[in-house]
Design a protein around this ligand. Structure first.
Ligand SMILES: C[S@@+](CC[C@H](N)C(=O)[O-])C[C@H]1O[C@@H](n2cnc3c(N)ncnc32)[C@H](O)[C@@H]1O
Length: 367
């Protein structure tokens, strides 16, 4: 129905191959490649269908990992579709992250100082001066920070059951901030998918494919230019994952792969919003649906995106001609005047909007 091809103004986009009538579902993605519910909502949002009941706690909890569900059915379906499809590694890694972070944060809060996050960590990679000094000012500085992290890791041999050499540093490292904790979960699931896809005879469905995810446009430099402090967060997430990931996934916990995820999460993730969607809806988390990330934004979109449970659906808002680009709206800014609309897009998605409506309004304003 549509194909992905280059646009004249903003990378690749989706173009109708044939005429498409209004109200046609042109794309449906059953489940995210990776997603994370924001920490504040973890107990209030179903980890399978993303239902949110005005702040009421979900009734059903998975025994391992901090995952709550609105029903036994959602829990059982999540176990089969998500966890079993990935050798039960998703629940295992989420549990390991949560135990390590929660324990380290408790230790920090209590001021007790020394913590032993887990006896089972078999790596002792943590560089001693990991708490970065200042913010990166250019792409080169970002490279330098990651190069130095990668080098130090390459130089420190993993030692099985090494006693923690610098326990306070590890506690500081593991006591992630809320958004880092969410990001660690999102990155961890992506790396589990990568590991599963790399196994011989892997039969993961295409929406779980790391290869497809990797083809998305990275936005690391844009993101760090806007929020430089996130570089330290990315490094902390990387080091945490090195410390907690199970041995079979550890080879995939590389600087390159972790950067690949955080760089693609920016500007490609879809918000998980409270439904029905209104300007008052709570922002519950983020999800990545790689095949849906090729839709560019238009301030006069011909496609409506909608979430149904954990799936995303894309439906034409009007009749579309063959060859016409299919565009969605990235956010709720369409009612705003030209200038503030363009500011929002620049601030949140890092681009100067090249859509027809903006071009026309810019020309009318003599800009
Ligand atoms: C989710 S991706 C869309 C697919 C992207 N064009 C690609 O090639 O991968 C979002 C990025 O596409 C570009 N983009 C999307 N809509 C645009 C628009 N209206 N004007 C200019 N660039 C746009 C921006 O670079 C934006 O950060």
């Amino acid at each position: 129905m549509f194909r992905v091809a280059p646009t004249s103004y903003g990378g690749r986009g989706c173009f109708a191959v044939n005429a498409i009538p209004k109200n046609t579902t042109i794309h449906h993605v059953p489940s995210p490649f990776t997603a994370a519910i924001n920490r504040d909502f973890r107990k209030e949002v179903c980890a399978y269908c993303f239902a949110y009941d005005l702040g009421r706690a979900m009734k059903v909890r998975l025994d391992v990992a901090s995952l709550w569900f609105c029903s036994e059915e959602c829990k059982d379906t999540w176990i089969v579709e998500e966890d079993h499809a990935c050798d039960s590694l998703i629940s295992a890694v989420l549990e390991k992250i949560d135990v390590a972070v929660a324990r380290a944060r408790k230790t920090m809060q209590s001021g007790r100082g020394i913590a032993t996050p887990s006896e089972e960590y078999d790596v002792d990679y943590v560089p001693e001066d990991i708490i970065l000094d200042g913010s990166p000012e250019s792409a080169e500085e970002i490279e330098e920070v990651w190069d130095s992290i990668a080098q130090r890791i390459a130089n420190s041999a993993p030692v099985a059951h090494n006693p923690l050499k610098n326990p306070m540093l590890k506690v500081r490292l593991l006591a992630l901030e809320e958004i880092e904790w969410d990001l660690a979960r999102l990155v961890a699931v992506a790396l589990v998918r990568k590991y599963i896809e790399s196994k011989p005879n892997s039969s993961l469905p295409s929406h779980f494919s790391w290869t497809s995810f990797y083809q998305l446009e990275p936005h690391e430099v844009d993101l760090l230019a806007r929020v430089p402090a996130l570089l330290e967060s990315h490094v902390r997430v990387f080091l945490l994952l090195l410390l907690v990931m199970p041995s079979e996934i550890l080879p995939h916990v590389t600087v390159e792969n972790v950067r690949a995820v955080v760089a693609r999460e920016a500007a490609n993730a879809f918000g998980i919003w409270q439904l029905p969607l209104t300007s008052e809806s709570e922002f519950l988390g983020s999800a990545i649906f790689p095949s849906a990330s090729y839709f560019n934004h238009s301030c006069d979109p011909n496609v409506i995106k909608s979430r149904d449970g954990r799936s995303m659906k894309f439906t034409t808002a009007r009749d579309v001609n063959p060859g016409e680009e299919l565009c969605i709206s990235y956010g709720m800014m369409l009612d705003q005047p030209l200038e503030s609309r363009r500011e929002t897009l620049k601030e949140q998605w890092y681009f100067d909007c090249g859509c027809d409506r903006c071009s026309q309004e810019l020309a009318e304003a003599g800009l």
